[in-house]
Design a protein around this ligand. Structure first.
Ligand SMILES: Cc1cc2nc3c(=O)[nH]c(=O)nc-3n(C[C@H](O)[C@H](O)[C@H](O)COP(=O)(O)OP(=O)(O)OC[C@H]3O[C@@H](n4cnc5c(N)ncnc54)[C@H](O)[C@@H]3O)c2cc1C
Length: 405
């Protein structure tokens, strides 16, 4: 696939920024668990917060392929930062673009796309991640004829006989109760899209999506996870403790939350795949440079065929992953289904990335294992790409289903 001049121009601008501002600082941010606010401002100024959001809504008005290019470049600079940008673009912006009403776009999408706000996405719960149909967090419509507040933590889902209740039928606010787990930007974010159960009896059709400002009373950051890598992004557990939000913050209709969440994840997976390629690319570049310099048995180790072939395999796998990503993104840009292709891209790219990072460490010998070189950090950062936005097993389930027809 050949990129357009515009796509190359955006990619190069973000590459220049990432190499100048992210890459040289990534090790420090990793050690200090630092969220780099200034770097985020710079990325926002480049339009990275709203790549696919139309210009009239404050975004860059570009396509998903460009988003993939941008995320590869940011990830090549710093993995944690790429995750934060990835979540804001997709699922958060993508959901608002598709399902948000005009008022929600004005109030939330515009500032998100311009980088004045940071988005979070709350799907996973302590007891459930892959099986998103088993959520326990509830949202109850109250006010205007409905009794206030679920007493002693008891919730009163509306439409409990399987019917769907809309805010128009009564109630002026929702009260959310429950716990969300592993939420990227749960602490640093300004607004979260929260998937919660509004009708316990309706299974997947009983879930709804809400916009919840992180400043809302009852939005409580319960803990920050101590992670293996990606220390420049926060991952939080959020308690929703009688968290009250206006009824107008419902996205779409009640009962549409499961589909909204899954639709958002489809594009998100292309982003995670692109992040994987970015991190693996950096690891490979470090390994190639080192191999050309390091001498053993009278020559650069690059010239030993075992080392050169290992690097050649890495370069080939990396390019194959990139092409899968570009293919999936192009399908999405053309408005064609890409569930299977996005799953394939994420599966292949995230697994490739761990192998490439491991091979890069091997190429540096002992120096690959210590923090004087960036490879041990990238290896830690990239590992989660096989887990979040659907594990590798979940991607295989999607691909298997597509084979079943
Ligand atoms: C750093 C980080 C950031 C994250 N950010 C977010 C975020 O912003 N928002 C959010 O909502 N979530 C987020 N997550 C959560 C992430 O999406 C989940 O961890 C992931 O979906 C897996 O869910 P789980 O951890 O509950 O694992 P489980 O679902 O319990 O799975 C455990 C294991 O069982 C396997 N498994 C489960 N079911 C099947 C099956 N049917 N067939 C085969 N194997 C199966 C899985 O593949 C996995 O290996 C984040 C996680 C991390 C670590």
């Amino acid at each position: 696939m050949i990129l357009s001049q515009d796509q190359e121009m955006v990619r190069d601008a973000v590459r220049d920024f990432a190499q100048a501002e992210l890459w040289p600082n990534a090790a420090k941010w990793d050690k200090e668990h630092h969220f780099p606010k200034d770097a985020h401002k710079g990325l926002a100024a480049l339009g990275a917060y709203g790549i696919c959001v139309p210009e009239e809504q404050g975004g860059a008005g570009l396509d998903y392929l460009t988003l993939a290019l941008v995320l590869e470049e940011i990830a090549a600079g710093d993995g944690g930062t790429s995750t934060v940008i990835s979540v804001t673009n997709c699922p958060v912006n993508a959901i608002l673009m598709k399902f948000g009403n005009a008022a929600q776009k004005k109030k939330w999408l515009e500032p998100l796309a311009q980088g004045q706000m940071l988005g979070a996405f709350c799907l996973t719960e302590p007891h459930v991640g892959s099986d998103a149909s088993s959520l326990r967090t509830t949202a109850v419509l109250e006010g205007d004829g409905f009794t206030a507040g679920p007493p002693q933590g008891e919730t009163r889902p509306l439409g409990g006989q399987g019917g769907h209740v809309s805010a128009e039928r009564g109630g002026d606010h929702y009260v959310i109760n429950g716990v969300k787990q592993f939420i990227t930007s749960g602490k640093n974010g300004d607004v979260a899209i929260v998937i919660a159960v509004t009708d316990k009896g309706a299974g997947k059709k009983g879930m709804s999506a809400f916009l919840v400002p992180t400043s809302a009373p009852g939005y409580v950051v319960a803990r920050i996870e101590d992670k293996l890598g990606q220390h420049s992004s926060d991952t939080a557990q959020i308690n929703f403790d009688n968290c009250r939000i206006p009824a107008e913050n419902l996205i779409g209709k009640e009962g549409e939350g499961y589909g909204i969440a899954l639709g958002g994840l489809e594009g998100g997976r292309i982003g995670i795949a692109a992040q994987s390629v970015g991190m693996a690319r950096s690891a490979l570049e470090v390994a190639v440079a080192y191999a050309k310099d390091r001498q053993s048995f009278g020559t650069a180790i690059f010239n030993h065929q075992a080392v050169g072939f290992r690097l050649a395999d890495c370069a080939t796998q990396l390019e194959a992953a990139r092409q899968l990503i570009w293919h999936a993104a192009s399908l999405r840009d053309a408005g064609r289904p890409c569930l299977k292709e996005a799953a394939m891209a994420k599966l292949f790219a995230s697994e490739m990335a761990e192998k490439v990072c491991s091979a890069a460490i091997q190429t540096l010998g002992g120096y690959g294992y210590v923090s004087d070189f960036p490879l041990e950090r990238i290896y830690r950062d990239v590992r989660v790409c096989q887990i979040y936005e659907g594990t590798s097993d979940v991607q295989k389930i999607i691909i298997q289903r597509s084979l079943a027809g």
